[in-house]
Design a protein around this ligand. Structure first.
Ligand code: CUA
Length: 364
């Protein structure tokens, strides 16, 4: 029912014959002026907002600059799209009762070339810029400290292969480059210290890497940034960046703590002498039990799994079964399959004995 007008066949033909469009000759100039003003305001707001926490690594400043550049580029695009959309909605809306079809516009080659080419160039330039920055951040550095990061439901553990030290707190010396080698024992996790900015997935079967240099002494948190199960939100641990001298003494301290071959023998012999709970407490800490369970002797406050201060059936046999075969008897209010099923393989017989004894001792 639409009356075809003479310009209908011309793809680039301006639809000036439509009386609804007639009238305003140069809305473009006004829209550009408005767009520039709004873009400047938008950029100012975007740059004023404090998007990130304090920066604690050399990489952070460069990454923040990348974000600023992305914001500066995307605000005008957003304003352009919104200005044209809002203008069109207001200016070309149909009057009540006007049931005619819209103007038969079939395309505009020049416009299409412009709106494909400009975004293509912008995105390509930003991708190259991002690649250059990332390549720079990932560059190998001399005197790098290697830290193996292992994620598992729902805890992180860290070991320092050259120092031969393990820890559940990530302790790093200030101003020394670090290479994190990230692993997972079960599902996907994502290793992220917001103050360091860089983030990497922990992928089953792969080792992913992040290189950065902490440059600010302080306490931060490593968080998991990949939904990995019911305890995902509890999967955070402390990070400490300390002076090099403090780091060296921390390493020495850790070595002393981790060297109780005599303690293990005592645990096996059933004696509760010097290291009462020592070996068991170490197993509890090293396997991340604290992130899921509450257990007062270990200052653990996790709530993903049952409270270990009041074990339902406080016998060695039940505790052992709950560790190696947790699905066999699941405490009311908790779901099967949350507790890792592989502690029976991971723990040595001595470690398992020590852990059972440690948990059993705390029961009333
Ligand atoms: Cu691990 Cu989320």
């Amino acid at each position: 029912m639409s009356e075809r007008d003479p310009a209908a066949g011309d793809p680039a033909g301006p639809p000036e014959e439509d009386p609804r469009i007639r009238g305003e000759k140069h809305p473009v100039a006004r829209m550009i002026a408005l767009g520039i003003v709004l873009s400047l305001i938008g950029i100012a707001i975007a740059l004023l907002i404090d998007w990130f926490p304090v920066s604690a690594a050399g990489s952070a400043d460069e990454i923040d600059t990348v974000y600023d550049v992305l914001l500066i580029c995307s605000v005008p695009v957003f304003i352009l799209v919104m200005t044209v959309a809002i203008y069109s909605v207001v200016r070309f809306r149909a009057k009540p009762g006007d049931m005619r079809d819209g103007a038969p516009i079939h395309g505009n080659t020049r416009l299409e070339v412009v709106w494909v080419t400009i975004p293509f160039l912008m995105v390509t330039a930003l991708a190259i810029y991002g690649w250059i920055v990332l390549d720079d951040l990932e560059a190998k550095q001399p005197n790098t400290l290697i830290v193996n990061v292992t994620g598992q439901q729902f805890t992180w553990s860290f070991d320092y292969p050259s120092e031969k030290v393990k820890s559940n707190t990530l302790v790093l010396p200030k101003d020394r480059p670090v290479e994190f080698r990230i692993h997972t024992k079960d599902v996907l996790h994502s290793f992220w210290v917001p103050e360091f900015r860089l983030k990497s997935d922990a992928v089953p079967g792969l080792t992913t890497k992040i290189r950065l240099t902490p440059n600010r002494i302080g306490r931060y948190q490593v968080v998991c940034a990949e939904l990995c199960g019911i305890g995902h939100s509890t999967m955070r641990q402390n990070v400490r960046v300390i002076a090099t001298a403090d780091f060296d003494s921390w390493v020495d301290h850790q070595k002393q703590e981790a060297a109780p071959p005599s303690g293990e023998a005592e645990g096996g012999g059933g004696g509760g002498a010097g290291g009462a709970g020592g070996a068991g407490a170490a197993v509890f800490a090293a396997n991340g039990c604290a992130s899921c369970h509450t257990f007062k002797p270990a200052n653990a406050t996790g709530t993903v799994g049952p409270d270990l201060d009041e074990i339902k059936t406080p016998t060695a046999a039940f505790i052992r079964q709950s560790i190696v075969d947790p699905n066999k008897e699941v405490e009311e209010g908790f779901s099967p399959g949350i507790m890792p099923q592989d502690f029976g393989d991971k723990l040595s017989a001595d470690e398992l004995d020590a852990l059972v004894e440690y948990l059993l001792k705390a029961q009333k």
